[in-house]
Design a protein around this ligand. Structure first.
Ligand SMILES: Nc1ncnc2c1ncn2[C@@H]1O[C@H](COP(=O)(O)OP(=O)(O)O)[C@@H](O)[C@H]1O
Ligand SMILES: [Mg+2]
Length: 280
């Protein structure tokens, strides 16, 4: 089971969007996937079209991590039904895309001083589930308790950055934080890489920043980057999978996420990948 945290210390760069895009690609590829929505804003949960019922959100489960039954409280994404109705889909195929729902309550763990025991709460929960090939953890935009809890439970961290000055600088800081965290708490944790999001191919500034990122981060800068898509908010607003949205732009975005997922899974199998520090 590959557990990937999707992180950045900056908000609004596209963590949730990348989580949703990868979840959509995993659903299309038939990889049984769990999305853990660790951001108290619970945007990923909204985007994945879940009907909560009486299931516990992730905050309540974290609180009683030893006793809580994660498998009994995950909720299937509404995208699964749509996937099953797609033309050409084998009705016997039952794709799995589950969600551990986000909740404002998880915010109580988003403190800077979270102790080692608390940091293990998510790994304790995940240690009890089987059957998923991939777990995607959508993190809040900070390096407080929740992100550190996510990193403690992960094999790898995927950083999301926009090709702008502040975002690039922020990514470098996040890489340093990740390096320190790895040394202290999680020797087996590795960066999966950095994905550039909202890239406008015609923007000179973006071209410049992408070249800068390539120079700074080398092959940690993942292929492909994700372009700025005009109808992205509409797709998310409708709580739809990008793979099920009509039109060429959605098709192009879906293709990017297919390729990104493939690269993510491939680099994941390179076990002894040594963490590279940013140059300079
Ligand atoms: N590639 C993209 N193209 C267009 N809009 C995007 C793209 N990625 C993210 N957005 C939009 O930017 C906003 C912030 O993205 P979000 O994924 O919520 O960021 P984060 O989770 O890092 O806070 C959202 O309104 C989202 O729809
Ligand atoms: Mg988010």
């Amino acid at each position: 089971m590959q557990v990937v945290s999707i992180s950045s210390l900056k908000g609004g760069v596209g963590k949730t969007s990348v989580t949703l895009g990868l979840a959509s690609a995993a659903l299309a590829a038939g990889i049984p996937t769990l999305v853990v929505d660790l951001d108290p804003h619970a945007d990923a949960t909204t985007g994945l079209a879940v009907s909560p019922g009486n299931n516990l959100g992730i905050g309540d489960m974290l609180r009683s991590a030893r006793r809580a039954d994660l498998a009994a409280n995950v909720v299937p994404s509404g995208w699964v039904e749509t996937a099953r109705k797609q033309p050409g889909n084998d009705p016997k195929r039952r794709p799995v895309l589950d969600v551990a729902m986000g909740s404002a309550y998880s915010g109580i763990y988003d403190r800077p001083d979270l102790g080692k025991r608390d940091l293990r709460r998510l790994s304790t929960l995940l240690g009890k589930v089987t059957g998923y090939g991939l777990v995607l953890i959508d993190c809040p935009p900070s390096l407080n308790g929740l992100t550190r809890m996510a990193w403690s439970a992960s094999n790898r961290v995927l950083l999301v950055a926009e090709p702008g000055l502040f975002s690039v600088a922020g990514t470098e800081r996040t890489m340093r934080a990740l390096d320190l965290f790895r040394q202290e708490f999680a020797p087996n944790l590795a960066p999966a890489g950095i994905v550039a999001n909202r890239v406008r191919p015609t923007s000179n500034e973006h071209t410049f920043r992408l070249a800068e990122m390539k120079q700074m981060f080398g092959d940690l800068l993942m292929e492909p980057n994700i372009a700025e898509h005009a109808n992205w908010q509409q797709i998310q607003g409708a709580a739809h999978s990008v793979h099920h949205w009509p039109g060429d732009s959605a098709k192009q975005a879906a293709g990017s996420f297919d390729a990104l997922l493939k690269n993510l899974v491939q680099t994941g199998s390179m076990r002894n990948r040594v963490m590279r520090r940013p140059a300079g």
